[in-house]
Design a binder for this molecule. Structure first.
Ligand code: SF4
Length: 367
């Protein structure tokens, strides 16, 4: 079993990153100068992104090591244009330019279909071809709560290696087990969790910022995530994908060693996502195989409905929504492009996923 390090950023982000890496053997234990290296941040949206100073520090350390063949790669929710937008707004496009590092929009990539060894739900997974053109992946997620998976840390961040439609398929077959199958198929060489500015109460977007001012690092994604979940005060029952991964890969969590700060000292009770408090009484959600991005957009949309304008609003989302239910009583709204409009719906909120203000606008337009 390996070691997971915890380093506080009290003396700066780069010193903390160096400390976190030294505590697990140093960066050169995981990558060599002549390796082709992919850096995988979490840029899924415009908030709650991997801290750019941390990421820049990592680029500098790789440069010091002599690594010349480095790329940054990510695919966000929605389409390739959304990913471009995230690259621009996050400052990562500028960062990549500054260090002349290719920034790859994986939503424009071709995929390679890989067989999953001992699959839980997916025999094959379509993964961006660039993943197989590098020697090492350094996974750099940010610590957040997640309305569908409990938390999002290292294992969940790997989902950004999928191309377009494959992300939706993960939701169709069951997200937690599909995440395990993906991580069985692709393993990062190193995981560095940005726990500087984290997110609680809601996630992966629309939550509250919580500053833990620290960095976690470790070789094994599940070990890092186990320590991360403990820090966030989440049990394994609340983080199903981690639980399934641990069972599938016989990870002995009692053997994980922690270096640096003590777990008890840095632990915090993260505010969990309370779905029932986010959904007004007059709104009923009917979801079948919708992406987390769409559900997240809907939950954000509901925050902007200041007062109920109708007694009974039914919101449908996902490509496999039960058409029979569309004949149910009340006002019926199709949410998202893949929820097919024209089957008895009263309104359609377009987008993949829709913008959070659009539900309010569409409801007002149809009043
Ligand atoms: S509309 Fe929503 S559920 Fe459908 S593919 Fe887009 S994000 Fe996913």
């Amino acid at each position: 079993m390996g070691t997971v390090s915890i380093a506080k950023t009290t003396n700066g982000i780069k010193p903390a990153l160096i400390q976190a890496l030294n505590l697990i053997g140093g960066l050169n234990r995981f990558v060599a100068a002549n390796d082709r290296i992919m850096l995988k941040p979490n840029l899924n949206g415009t908030e709650g992104l991997t801290d750019i100073s941390l990421f820049e520090s990592l680029i500098q350390l790789l440069s010091d090591l002599g690594a010349k063949n480095v790329i940054i790669a990510e695919s966000t929710f929605g389409n390739a244009d959304m990913t471009d937008m995230c690259f621009l707004k996050s400052g990562y496009a500028e960062l990549a330019k500054k260090y002349t590092i290719p920034l790859i929009n994986l939503n424009r990539s071709q995929y390679i279909e890989k067989e999953v060894a001992r699959p839980l739900v997916l025999k094959k997974i379509r993964i961006a071809k660039e993943v197989f053109e590098v020697d090492k992946i350094i996974n750099v997620p940010i610590m957040k709560v997640h309305y569908a998976t409990g938390v999002t840390l290292s294992l969940k961040n790997m989902k950004g290696l999928l191309v377009g439609e494959e992300k939706r398929r993960f939701h169709e077959v069951g997200l937690d087990k599909a995440i395990v199958d993906l991580n069985t198929t692709v393993e990062p060489a190193l995981n560095i969790v940005d726990s500087i500015h984290c997110m609680e109460r809601m996630g992966p977007r629309g939550g509250d910022r919580v500053d833990l001012d620290m960095i976690l690092a470790g070789e094994d994604a599940a070990e890092v995530d186990y320590v991360g979940s403990q820090i966030m005060s989440y049990s394994l029952e609340e983080v199903k994908h981690l639980k399934y991964y641990i069972e599938q890969h016989d990870v002995d969590v009692n053997e994980i060693m922690i270096a640096g700060e003590s777990l008890e000292k840095v632990k915090r009770q993260f505010k969990k996502v309370q779905m029932d408090t986010l959904i007004p009484g007059n709104v009923h959600i009917h979801e079948k195989d919708a992406c987390s991005a769409c559900m997240n957009a809907l939950l954000l949309s509901l925050r902007f409905l200041d007062k109920p304008s109708r007694d009974n609003v039914n919101v449908y989302l996902g490509s496999k929504v039960d058409i029979e239910n569309v004949n149910a009583e009340g006002y019926k709204v199709a949410f998202g492009n893949c929820c097919v409009y024209g089957m008895g719906f009263n309104a359609h909120v377009k987008g993949c996923p829709p913008y959070p203000f659009d539900l309010k606008r569409v409801l007002e337009e149809h009043e």
